[in-house]
Design a protein around this ligand. Structure first.
Ligand code: GTP
Length: 237
């Protein structure tokens, strides 16, 4: 049986840490290759893929203890750019066409974010990687994923995590933690569940963008998510 992907256009949100592998820091090439293999697999099914990547493997806003918050966040935006170029390189090595767009102009490095160009790239079968977050301090890369999903009309945000689903508490600490397979945006906000920050969650809620939270540790999970399998936690109305 030939199965059709459930989605035509998606945003995949990768945390910076996802690229670090066991080292927990920097870019681990085999880890990135394994993620890119999964992306190539769904790309070849005809799915239009945009990627938002974080920067926590190099720098987090909170790394700058005592530092001006905006400065720390700008440093984080540069970190997302390093990751975007790393992903671009590995995907191109696998012969997947890629365009990186940055929310802060750095023309020598990549093209600037232009919504209509991004959509055109997707239509022309290129993976688009969005770097530098929204280009504003105080906004996370999860908020970027929500914003870009709304802008390019993505059907869903695939929020790839190191944990396999959303729980009411940390399952590594609390063995009785409850695992959710479905949640509403309001549940996430009211219960203060650590899925996305509230800005990102609200933006998804207001624009009716579902979020699928799943673990990146299972090698077939991006494909399973795209095929509409019931993995992880789905957050919607
Ligand atoms: P089409 O116009 O649809 O053909 O898209 P294209 O991306 O193939 O064409 P374009 O001539 O815009 O880009 C060619 C290459 O240059 C691509 O790899 C782009 O990512 C890159 N590129 C385009 N604009 C910029 C820019 O402002 N800065 C940098 N560094 N690269 C750019």
């Amino acid at each position: 049986v030939f199965l059709e992907p459930k989605y035509k256009r998606v945003i995949i949100k990768l945390s910076g840490e996802a690229l670090a592998g066991n080292a927990g820091h920097g870019i681990d090439t085999p880890t990135v290759q394994s993620i890119c293999c999964q992306i190539k697999e769904v790309f070849e099914l005809g799915v239009e893929i945009a990627i938002v990547v974080g920067g926590g493997n190099f720098w987090r806003g909170r790394s700058g203890e005592g530092m001006d918050k905006s400065t720390a966040d700008y440093m984080g935006m540069l970190a997302t750019c390093i990751n975007a170029l790393g992903l671009q390189d590995v995907l191109e090595e696998m012969e997947v066409p890629v365009r990186v767009q940055t929310a802060i102009e750095m023309k020598q490095i990549a093209e600037p974010y232009i919504r209509r160009k991004a959509v055109r790239h997707l239509e022309k079968r290129r993976v688009v990687i969005f770097a530098c977050g929204t280009g504003n301090p105080f906004f996370t890369t999860d908020t970027t994923a929500a914003l870009r999903a709304a802008e390019i009309d993505a059907e869903i945000i695939l929020l790839a995590k190191s944990i396999d689903a959303v729980y009411d508490s940390d399952p590594l600490v609390n063995p009785d933690a409850i695992r959710y397979s479905e949640l509403s945006y309001i549940d996430v906000l009211n219960q203060g569940l650590k899925v996305m920050d509230s800005t990102a969650t609200s933006l998804c809620m207001d624009n009716h963008i579902p979020i699928l939270v799943f673990g990146l540790n299972e090698p077939k999970n991006i494909l399973r998510a795209i095929m509409g399998e019931k993995i992880g936690t789905i957050i919607q109305e």
